[in-house]
Design a protein around this ligand. Structure first.
Ligand code: PLP
Length: 397
């Protein structure tokens, strides 16, 4: 059956007013771990909560509808979602992944590759030659993160899907940074979409969750089989919270990306900032691709602060409206220092290869008033400026 509802309508009202028991408007939360058989050898739709759960199914159905997939499997975290896709790989097969993906993803790929569970090719996917050379190794799976975390590199998903399919590889896209409100990888040719639902989809920083949406029904069945086998399916309560979050996904992200655009422009014109990474800026190398394949530029950005490690520390300690914390996509604004936080586990060499400098700070722009956010950044950048010492002031430098 084709779904002709607008994505905004699906997000706001999928599954509402469908309760058959009491006609509850908000879908009920089913916490039960076990379900009674109708009679001997007469299992109902639900048997055991690890395998299937009505609330989790509701979230899976909503995510599949939003992403335009055949179905989805909801799991316990974004990392579990990445790992679920990795379960498709056999020893000897190769995965081609971006050299600058989320640090946790890169660590998982490296650990599994070190155990011989697959071969790993990490490349700068924006470098056409490097990408083609890696594809010549005929990988079984290509993983894309666009925009990437934390440098906001953008890759042409449709072009990569074409290239991957020509060498027989499946394409999985981590869509965490934009959500289906701003990017739909399956429509661009992806076979799988990965989400950390912890981020924009839940949007309220009170759930750890993940999901994989698959373009084809047989892949949904296979992923659901593995998720049940390994027991990584998500909790019903988290699914309930995430469904609640999704109902406001569109207005949240629209508001947040408006403020992010203003912040990117402000930082780009500030002399205490050495570089700004935001696909919405016309000078960003991925700007044209982002305009084409995204419905908006998103609310994540990063920047390099001038003034060395002391400036980073002073800035992080001076912010008041932004909070120094990991994660992203919530209603509150966060600042993270990738080198000591989100991407610490990657190690210094991998960070250097990916271009993640110690002076880089990543912002997740929330729903606070734009003026308050700008004022907070302005005062924190002032506080971060190298101060002249009393001696320098007295005697000159
Ligand atoms: N993918 C991306 C792009 C992320 O930023 C993250 C976490 O920050 C993950 C996956 C992992 O998600 P989770 O923390 O829910 O396991």
């Amino acid at each position: 059956m084709t779904d002709d509802r607008s994505p905004e309508t699906i997000a706001a009202s999928n599954g509402m007013a469908a309760d058959k028991a009491f006609r509850a408007v908000a879908p009920p939360l089913y916490l039960a771990s076990s379900y009674a058989f109708g009679g001997f050898e007469q299992a109902g739709t639900y048997e055991y909560g690890r395998t299937r759960n009505p609330t989790r199914d509701q979230l899976a159905e909503t995510l599949a509808a939003l992403e335009g997939g055949a179905g989805a499997v909801v799991v316990a975290s974004g990392m579990a979602a990445v790992d679920l896709v990795l379960s498709r790989l056999n020893p000897g097969e190769t995965i081609l992944a971006p050299h600058d993906c989320y640090g946790g993803t890169q660590r998982l790929l490296a650990m599994r590759a070190n155990k011989g569970q697959f071969n790993l090719a990490l490349v700068d996917q924006t470098d056409e030659n490097a990408l083609d050379a890696a594809l010549a190794r005929r990988p079984a799976l290509v993983l894309v993160e666009s925009p990437s975390n934390p440098l906001m590199r953008v890759v042409d998903i449709a072009a990569i899907a074409g290239k991957a399919h020509r060498v027989g590889a499946a394409l999985a896209v981590d869509n965490t940074f934009l959500s289906p409100a701003l990017q739909k990888p399956i429509g661009l040719g992806a076979d799988f979409v990965i989400h950390s639902t912890t981020k924009y989809l839940n949007g309220h920083s009170d759930v750890i969750g993940g999901a994989v949406v698959a373009a084809r029904a047989e892949d949904v069945t296979e992923l659901a089989f593995w998720a049940n086998l390994t027991g990584v399916t998500g909790s019903p309560f988290d699914a309930y919270q995430t469904l609640r979050g999704i109902r406001t996904l569109f207005p949240r992200i629209e508001h947040q990306q408006r403020s992010a655009g203003a912040i990117a422009a402000f930082l780009a014109g500030h002399d205490g900032v050495a570089a700004v990474y935001y696909p919405g800026l016309p000078g960003h190398p991925g700007h044209e691709i982002a305009r084409r394949q995204q419905a908006g530029f998103g609310a994540m950005l990063s920047f390099e602060i001038a003034g060395g490690p002391l400036a980073v520390k002073r800035f992080a300690e001076a912010v008041r409206v932004f909070t120094l914390a990991e994660s992203l996509g919530g209603v509150e604004s966060l600042v993270a220092h990738p080198a000591t936080m989100t991407h610490l586990g990657m190690g210094e060499a991998a960070r250097a290869a990916a271009g993640i400098k110690d002076s880089l700070l990543r912002l997740s722009v929330g729903l606070e008033a734009e003026g308050d956010l700008l004022a907070d950044l302005a005062q924190a950048l002032e506080a971060a400026r190298p101060h002249e010492t009393g001696r320098q002031r007295a005697f000159g430098t």
